[in-house]
Write a protein that binds this ligand. Sequence first.
Ligand code: HEC
Length: 326
Amino acid sequence: MSLKIAGLSLVLTCSISYAVDTKPTQDVSKVEITEPGGKPEMIGYHLEDFGPFAETWKMVTVRYREDSGEMRMTYANPIAAKAMAEKRDKYDYPDGSIFAKIGIKTERDPLFASSIVPSGAKRFQFMIRDKKKYADTDGWGYVLFDSQGLTFPGDVHANIQACHACHKVAESRDYVFSEQADFNSQKNMFKEIKERREKLQQGMKDSFQLREKKNLPKLVRKYVKKSNDLRFYEGPIREATFSGTVDEIVPMLVIESIRANKPALFLAKNEKEFSLVSAIKSDQKCADSMKPYYVNLYQTMQVPAYRGSQEISYRVVQKSFCHSGR
Ligand code: HEC
């Protein structure tokens, strides 16, 4: 039982960085989970099967995720690393390629508060290439363990579909987001940064469409107050989601809402889970070149393993923050 609860609270803490006022409509600790997780094996893999990869595989990149306050390190096994180095323009990972990612929670260093330090491994994620075996998900098998090497709660198949739905965003890189970071030199750094910013802006515009309020499901419509239309996320992530997805997408919605000066909505295909963000200018103080905003966030999400039957509804959250946008 303690494992079940640990799994659930883990999923829910993703939202805490945004939550000022959280109003779940039900007591989550009482929800019975049909697939509690806590198993040492997922689709035939154990954490130990990957060996001491953080020491022996190539470190591809590091990333920091605003949505979860997590530091992430990505590693490639020799087959994947070779393919990544050889085909920069057209990635094509052969069978046997494996990517690993460690997500580590962070906290402030008590000796120097603006320095953020790791506070313990949180989860291990893997993508294993086998074009035949995992044909359903474009040739990638997905595996996820917590820091004890145990599975999370929730239906395994549904979770894998959700993994891949989001990784479809990176289809042009053969479904792998990470690219080799240049840790050793500054060669072309400035040019790449500029290109990346331009691509980001274009990519964001392409992922969202204008959608009129009257064409939205009633569930969402009542939260769109001042605007007759909004920016609607239309991309592969909608196809399959898990409870974390509606949280993970929030920073993207915030940026789009600021850019377009309209609310931005992520609505899962099931039309039950959504995140709706309105970023509004505020008059709080920000550092030079940053502008202050209030972010209103409304959302519903499904409790894992109870997909379609139970939900935590209408979290209404207000957060003020500074952004370099508009
Ligand atoms: C909502 C989007 C989303 C979902 C869902 C998702 N990922 Fe990812 N994944 C990413 C992003 C973005 C990165 C790039 C690194 C980062 O930001 O953490 C990534 C990186 C990875 C990497 C490193 C290789 C790469 O693509 O860069 C692995 C391995 C990985 N994810 C496995 C998984 C597994 C396993 C699941 C399901 C349990 C999953 N992912 C679900 C967005 C997602």
